[in-house]
Design a protein around this ligand. Structure first.
Ligand SMILES: Nc1ncnc2c1ncn2[C@@H]1O[C@H](COP(=O)(O)OP(=O)(O)O)[C@@H](O)[C@H]1O
Ligand SMILES: [Mg+2]
Length: 315
């Protein structure tokens, strides 16, 4: 494997606000690389810099060994972008949209026609070629957005939260498309705030939070960063006068407890791996007059990786 995208010490400030804070990572050729982080983590900002839509405050980005500032035109030819906000023309038909975007990359004539048809077929929209996006469902528009980004067969496909607002079936289709694109040789950068999706899809993942890199590696490597801890989720009924701050403070002070998060009526508690008896913790929970409706013990996943490494849940 060789490095295809290299992001080094990337900083992006908006006035006094630092949206991307010294971010470095590299993407191997032919992999699906996930940028995982909560809303506002800086994913789109990073993508906008990589795709040359926006400049950065500091740092460098290389794609295919070329600096994106110095080789802007060559770099742009390698990239296909599927933006977070659907960017298709409502009054052009599906095929006219795909033709338009592919033509921006210099594809013409018969090749353009074939590329547009193939992109629509690939995204399951072949029978909707004449339909205008204004008549399409959210999932169909998302698929058209993808068709427009990939028709010119880019070597690097960058997708920014392409499954937001789509139904479960379209989502599965989209995830399948992305794997096929990778298997055909493309390199993919995929951003999402959905842990499961990223865990299921991506070969390697960079977790970002507040513009900073939290950790980077395969799903397994990330989990092994935190296997000193295990967790359990407890379903309860939070009373109206519940003092969440005090509860969290007291609970984390228990010797076997490492981290606590309260999310609605679900309390997630991380304990040391050695903790083989939860009775002290349950006793403590009862003192706060919290009923124990159910308890599920969990093998660490990316949720717990995020909680452990950042100290807060990804919402
Ligand atoms: N043009 C802008 N001006 C000022 N702040 C911005 C701008 N674009 C994004 N931000 C801020 O930068 C942070 C990161 O945003 P963004 O990259 O969109 O996050 P994500 O895509 O991970 O949800 C957010 O706090 C957002 O409000
Ligand atoms: Mg975003």
């Amino acid at each position: 494997m060789s490095v295809f995208v290299s992001v080094k010490n990337l900083v992006k400030n908006y006035g006094d606000f630092c949206a991307v804070d010294n971010l470095s990572f590299s993407v191997e050729k032919g992999e699906i690389f996930g940028l995982l982080g909560p809303n506002g983590a800086g994913k789109s900002t990073t993508i906008n810099v990589i795709t040359t839509l926006d400049g950065c405050t500091k740092g460098t980005v290389e794609i295919g060994g070329m600096d994106i500032e110095k080789h802007r035109t060559e770099v742009k030819r390698l990239i296909g972008v599927v933006p977070q906000d659907i960017a298709v023309y409502p009054f052009l038909s599906a095929i006219e949209n795909v033709r338009f975007f592919a033509s921006l990359y210099g594809i013409k004539g018969k090749q353009l026609e074939e590329a547009a048809k193939e992109a629509l077929e690939f995204t399951g929209l072949a029978d909707k070629a004449g339909m205008k996006p204004k008549h399409m469902s959210g999932g169909m528009k998302r698929r058209l957005n993808i068709a427009c980004g990939i028709a010119h067969s880019p070597k690097l496909i960058i997708m920014d939260e392409p499954t937001v607002g789509v139904d479960a079936q379209s989502r599965e289709h989209i995830l399948d498309f992305i794997k096929i694109l990778r298997d055909r040789g493309a390199t993919v950068i995929y951003t999402s705030h959905y842990m499961n999706e990223v865990e299921q899809l991506c070969d390697r993942i960079a977790i970002i939070d507040r513009g900073r890199l939290v950790a980077c590696g395969t799903g397994q490597e990330l989990v092994s960063l935190v296997t000193e801890y295990k967790s359990f989720k407890l379903k309860t009924k939070i009373p109206a006068d519940f003092d969440e701050k005090q509860f969290i403070k007291n609970t984390v002070s228990l010797p076997t407890v490492h981290a606590v998060a309260v999310n609605g009526d679900v309390i997630t508690i991380e304990t040391t791996l050695e903790c083989s008896d939860f009775s002290d913790i349950l006793e403590h929970i009862r003192k706060f007059r919290l009923p124990v409706i159910s308890v599920v013990s969990q093998i660490p996943d990316l949720d717990s990786v995020f909680l452990t490494l950042t100290g807060h849940e990804m919402r």
